[in-house]
Design a protein around this ligand. Structure first.
Ligand SMILES: Cc1cc2nc3c(=O)[nH]c(=O)nc-3n(C[C@H](O)[C@H](O)[C@H](O)COP(=O)(O)OP(=O)(O)OC[C@H]3O[C@@H](n4cnc5c(N)ncnc54)[C@H](O)[C@@H]3O)c2cc1C
Length: 428
């Protein structure tokens, strides 16, 4: 009997536990360890920021659901990994051994890389439910006392979809409150152009997002490197294609939501061969680490190179569709290893994502992530908003009910099929 420990009960870790249980049966022990006993459906956090969702709608305790599936659950996080001894040290100093380890610990948010950044200082975030709730308070204050706001993504960020999403949701909410004319909105981003999305653009993303921003009077600054955030002011350097500074900006703002760059969590710092310089876990084509082949990784914590070099650093997004294909690859490869067979399953690493705009939305599909692509399209329309709501409902159902089949793929593909058919009919 093998003991398999999974770290992280997030979008990647929980489906990993269920799918692995189904793949390898009851004979092997599976332990899921997370920091806390809650699951947060992260993609809904922008709705929490504008008070369209409450905490209890996007976060819930998972212990009972996990244990019902025959998986042991420990909610004391991991402080240190000792991969040569196959051992984990938890925050309460207890130790756990494993035969196989699967890491799905998501990102560490690199607020410390910019002076004054982060919810402890002068910018908000929607990356965690705590951050989104804090931002919601400030948002309510802004609605009561309208003033300029900034939204965007910092240098080194990889998760651009939620930055656009939050900008457009803010715009929608301000219009609903009848105060959009009193809140100038500026979008700042490290992307070289609007709609780059860390992917070098997807389909018509450049044209469509520019049109949407123009239509909604959202100003933007690309190639932006934020230098400092102070109370009521954000400073940034705007770069030119040759790498020189085009302009220094100091923008007055009373509300900032800036998505930070990501890095790997502290538990793996210093483990040469396990992580890259940003702390992301190195994996081979089977999602296993080359130096420690009994360690697998999935989700945002995995090292993936940028799709292309940009003047100001950007990373490649790691979204739910891609994460689910990593889950399936690990479940199948570990099953093969336990049966004494060769590993053969590879994650598809494609990007499919829905971004909600509050009163509409955008779906983008990049298959594969690197160009040239077989499928490269971007659709904007009301249906995406409904698809995103459905995505939230189905995903939380999956987490609560232990459904292990990768139905996210089927769900997304069905929704994309509906959207595309609708789109084709509209253009006829
Ligand atoms: C605001 C936002 C919106 C997004 N929207 C979308 C979207 O609409 N569609 C999409 O496809 N993707 C979206 N993404 C991208 C991606 O799908 C999410 O970031 C997703 O949550 C990543 O899943 P994950 O499992 O890698 O990490 P997470 O979901 O962040 O899970 C990490 C888990 O690890 C645990 N953990 C952390 N440290 C430790 C430790 N020391 N010990 C043990 N456990 C630990 C955490 O508690 C958590 O349970 C979004 C991302 C953000 C930030």
């Amino acid at each position: 009997m093998a003991k398999i420990v999974i770290l992280g009960a997030g979008i990647g870790g929980i489906p990993m536990a269920y799918e692995l249980r189904q793949a390898i049966g009851e004979h092997h022990e599976i332990v899921l360890i997370s920091k806390g006993d809650k699951f947060n459906f992260v993609p809904s956090n922008p709705w929490v920021m504008v008070n369209w969702r409450q905490r209890n709608e996007v976060e819930f305790t998972v212990t009972d659901y996990i244990e019902k599936a025959g998986i042991k659950f420990i909610c004391t996080g991991v402080k240190k990994l000792n991969p040569t001894e196959n051992k984990l040290v938890l925050f309460d100093e207890s130790e756990i051994n494993y035969d196989y380890l699967i890491i799905a610990t998501g990102p560490k948010l690199a607020f410390d890389e910019i002076e004054g950044m982060g919810p402890e200082h002068y910018s908000h975030s929607v990356c965690t439910i705590d951050h989104a709730e804090k931002a919601a308070q400030a948002w309510s204050e802004l609605l009561a006392n309208p003033r300029p706001a900034i939204v965007g993504a910092a240098q080194g960020a990889s998760c651009f979809g939620p930055a656009y999403e939050t900008a457009l949701i803010m715009d929608t909410d301000l219009r609903r409150h009848g105060i959009r004319d009193q809140v100038p909105l500026v979008f700042v981003t490290s992307e070289p152009y609007l709609g780059h999305l860390g992917l070098g653009g997807v389909g018509d993303s450049i044209k469509l997002l520019e049109q949407e921003f123009i239509k909604r009077n959202i100003q933007w600054i690309c190639n932006a490197k934020i230098t400092k955030i102070k109370k009521n002011q954000l400073s940034l350097d705007e770069y030119q294609a040759d790498g020189s500074i085009k302009q220094h900006h100091e923008i007055k703002s009373n509300f900032n939501m800036i998505l930070p760059a990501f890095k790997g969590i502290d538990a793996f710092i210093g483990l040469d061969g396990l992580i890259n310089p940003r702390g992301f876990i190195l994996v081979d084509q089977h999602q296993a680490n080359p130096k420690y082949p009994n360690i697998y990784a999935l989700g945002v914590c995995v090292a993936i190179p940028p799709v292309e070099q940009t003047v100001v650093a950007t990373g490649a997004p790691k979204t739910g569709y891609m994460i689910e294909s990593m889950v399936t690859a690990i479940a199948q490869n570990l099953k093969a290893v336990l049966n004494g067979e060769a590993q053969h399953t590879q994650a598809s690493l494609n990007t499919v994502c829905f971004a909600d705009f509050g009163d509409g939305g955008a779906a983008f599909v990049a298959i594969p992530q690197f160009k040239p692509r077989q499928y490269d399209w971007f659709y904007e329309g009301k249906l995406v908003h409904y698809a995103k709501v459905a995505f939230e409902k189905y995903y939380t159902y999956k987490v609560k009910n232990g459904i292990s089949e990768p139905f996210y793929e089927k769900f997304i593909m069905n929704m994309l099929g509906i959207i595309k058919t609708h789109d084709d009919n509209e253009t006829k």
